[in-house]
Design a protein around this ligand. Structure first.
Ligand code: ADP
Length: 292
């Protein structure tokens, strides 16, 4: 499957929340990054065919979507708030959704079994949804999104509210399912994108600030990330003086990672950037541009 977004626009009353978005997706894993309110959920709901764009269109393998039912059969969607009846049992949820998706019974029984194994919920199959942890619920969410073996999997804010171990498990589950389909995950956590995705886009105020590989995104910070050792007592001064990205160490000496165009101090040393640094560079330059 190949998805093309062409000039996508969306307005809520007089407020434009998506502005002329162009993006092309092919099998692989994509991260959609942006602050809260950037428009990520709106874009994902348009891709999931829940919302209609006010202008522009989505093309699938080169053609506009004509048959929405057929399109929906080819995609899976895990919304931010995936709510199901808390009294239903895990297997029942999936059977119920399989029936709604019009999957034949002979096909969905073995499919559900395989999915529960894939998302590591075999032991919870007979449990009620209300008995699951946050991470287990997200994994059940992925199982339901994968029910129809979709060619496009859309996942909104997948790791919100998960502990670090659950986050890693969830990310590897997504990576494994991206082998032969498009997986698009939206998040405000650059670390999730760096760990899981080959490609990324940064959305800000309804426009793309970036589309490309994660390596290219990291390169946006090239030459702008500095490392500097400072006495712990000066931490606050440095925080006020420059953009401190990271603080390492305890005790009397701290190692700061600083984002700056020029050396913030003669002793500062340049170091390599990552996706998070590249993302910060883009967001900050946008903020500066907006103020100027
Ligand atoms: P994100 O997912 O990046 O946090 P959203 O797509 O949820 O961003 O929201 C983008 C903008 O659209 C925000 O300013 C939000 O307040 C606004 N918005 C979202 N949904 C609605 C709605 N149903 N009605 C009016 N405004 C909305």
């Amino acid at each position: 499957m190949r998805i093309e977004m062409l000039g996508i626009e969306k307005w809520y009353r007089k407020k434009q929340v998506l502005n002329g978005l162009e993006w092309r997706l092919e099998p692989g894993m994509y991260g959609l990054l942006g602050k809260n309110g950037a428009g990520k959920t709106t874009l994902m709901r348009i891709l999931a065919s829940i919302l209609k764009p006010d202008a522009g269109e989505i093309r699938v393998d080169g053609s506009p979507i004509r048959d929405i039912k057929e399109y929906r059969r080819r995609i899976g969607y895990l919304p931010q708030e995936f709510a199901v009846y808390p009294e239903m049992r895990v297997t029942e949820v999936l059977e119920y959704l399989a029936v709604l998706s019009e999957l034949p019974r002979a096909a969905y029984r073995p499919r559900i079994k395989a999915l529960l194994k894939q998302v590591n919920l075999e032991e919870q199959a007979a449990k009620r949804v209300r008995q699951l942890s946050g991470g287990m619920k997200r994994r059940l969410g992925i199982a339901q999104a994968l029910l129809t073996d979709p060619e496009l999997l859309i996942v909104d804010e997948p790791t919100a509210g998960l502990d670090p171990e659950e986050r890693i498990r969830f990310r590897s589950l997504l990576t494994a399912s991206a082998r032969d389909r498009i997986v698009l995950l939206s998040t405000h956590i650059p670390g999730d994108v760096e760990a899981a995705c080959g490609q990324a886009a940064v959305l800000d105020g309804g426009r793309f600030l970036f589309r490309g590989s994660c390596r290219e995104l990291a390169e946006k910070a090239e030459g702008k990330v500095w490392q500097l050792e400072v006495p712990a007592a000066e931490e606050e001064t440095w925080r006020q003086k420059c953009e401190v990205l990271e603080i390492q160490g305890q005790g009397k000496e701290l190692r700061l990672k600083i984002l700056a165009d020029k050396a913030p101090d003669p002793k500062a040393e340049r170091c390599g950037g990552n996706v998070e640094n590249g993302y910060m560079v883009l967001i900050r330059s946008q903020e500066k541009g907006g103020l100027g």
